[in-house]
Design a protein around this ligand. Sequence first.
Ligand SMILES: NC(=O)c1ccc[n+]([C@@H]2O[C@H](COP(=O)([O-])OP(=O)(O)OC[C@H]3O[C@@H](n4cnc5c(N)ncnc54)[C@H](O)[C@@H]3O)[C@@H](O)[C@H]2O)c1
Ligand SMILES: [Zn+2]
Length: 457
Amino acid sequence: MIQRLVKLSFNAEHTAEFEAIYQRSKDRIRARPGCLHLECWRDVNDSTVYYTYSRWRDVAALDAYRHSDFFLATWAKTKALFRDRPEAMSAERLSELRSPAPEISRLEVDDYFIEIGGIDRGHFYWLHEQQYAGWIVLVDDHTRKHCFPRLLPHLKHEPTIIIEVPAGERHKHLDTCRFIWEELFRAGVGRRWCMLNLGGGVIGDMGGFAAATYKRGIDFVQIPTTLLSQVDASVGGKLGIDFYDVKNSIGVFRNPRAVWIDPAFLQTLPARELRSGYAEVLKHALIQDRAQWELLRNIQDLTTADWRSIIPASVEIKRAIVEQDPLERGLRKALNFGHTIGHAIESHWLHSEQRLLHGEAIGAGMIAEAWLSQQLAGLSTAELDDITGYLLATYGHQAIPTEAFDALIELMRQDKKNDDHRINFSLLPATGEVRVNATAEEGLIREALGYYNELMT
Ligand SMILES: NC(=O)c1ccc[n+]([C@@H]2O[C@H](COP(=O)([O-])OP(=O)(O)OC[C@H]3O[C@@H](n4cnc5c(N)ncnc54)[C@H](O)[C@@H]3O)[C@@H](O)[C@H]2O)c1
Ligand SMILES: [Zn+2]
């Protein structure tokens, strides 16, 4: 048995509203499977403070309730009335009541939730409650080894099949997708199954695409395991594969049923991959959240960074932007800061020995575009110096030979995001602010590349 005591303090004018919610819901909660007792009372000394006390058959029953649609809807209404955060204590014996592990952060996007925190049985009870005919777990060879063991104890409720594909961007193509579809057919997977995509952006994009198209679409849950996929690819519903050597050229927009982000997965991620994903974290702060940037620019060792608090803030920035522009018509371009020049750098060195990871190229792109921001958008010299200094310290320097400038400019012109023949940029008027649809003359772009190059000396 598990007992739970929650202290709730309300704004004085909202206590009546809370009492009404409680009266309406108490019978439904008491009727939940595993609920043994529920009551609520007001503090004798402070009429804005309430306590709820409940007993549950076991933790699983409580978790299942706390992940139910009913709880989520009622809790959202209750939360709006709070003066202070609730204090919740649980224990098997009342004498041992203690606060739980830090709560999961939960962000609402359209019709699903992004949950950030340790993946535990609560997640799987929710999934179980969806009553799928079975679950499919898609992994690559690395995530099978490093990440899958975390899920294994929870995979006992439904028929589950595992599909493993080779790791890496070069496998994000039609042949791998075909293999996934074949495996689904062979296992007799029907429309009522759910696919769990356990991996980085490659698994998320390709698994999501395979699921969204198999039998006109089955449900899927994204479980991103790289920093890049946790803060970037996990939001926005973009799915797809590379085709004809063009990244993400075949795909669809489709939302998952849920996104579960567990920072613990980052413990096994190679340091270079962690640093690459961090470029998107920095980008989010630079375009939207000055306070977050001030915090990040003091981080020197990524392996000890507090991802549990950094990731929710970063995901929230992308979520808010995507929500306002789901189909990438305008505002979402804000997310391109550093990417016009960064993408060109990434593409130019794609097939060479000194291949850069996405975030490493974006790191260089953000420096060059911060310089353009100072020239064209009003970024102060002090801010430019701060940005340049931190990005250089984090990503080092990759010299760009002047002979490559022409090819880079040509790549920027071809970029699908450019209308007409203009080269578009999203620039920073100040840290924490962004201006979309800026453009720069070729000469100035060359100077920006030159500024970056000179940093080496
Ligand atoms: N859908 C979107 O909005 C969106 C946004 C940004 C990027 N993307 C896509 O994301 C992809 C890049 O994603 P990525 O950087 O995550 O690359 P990735 O999926 O290739 O993962 C990088 C490497 O890390 C390994 N790995 C993953 N998790 C691990 C873990 N916890 N421990 C140890 N190893 C682990 C993988 O097997 C792989 O070898 C690109 O294809 C890009 O197009 C999509
Ligand atoms: Zn990016």
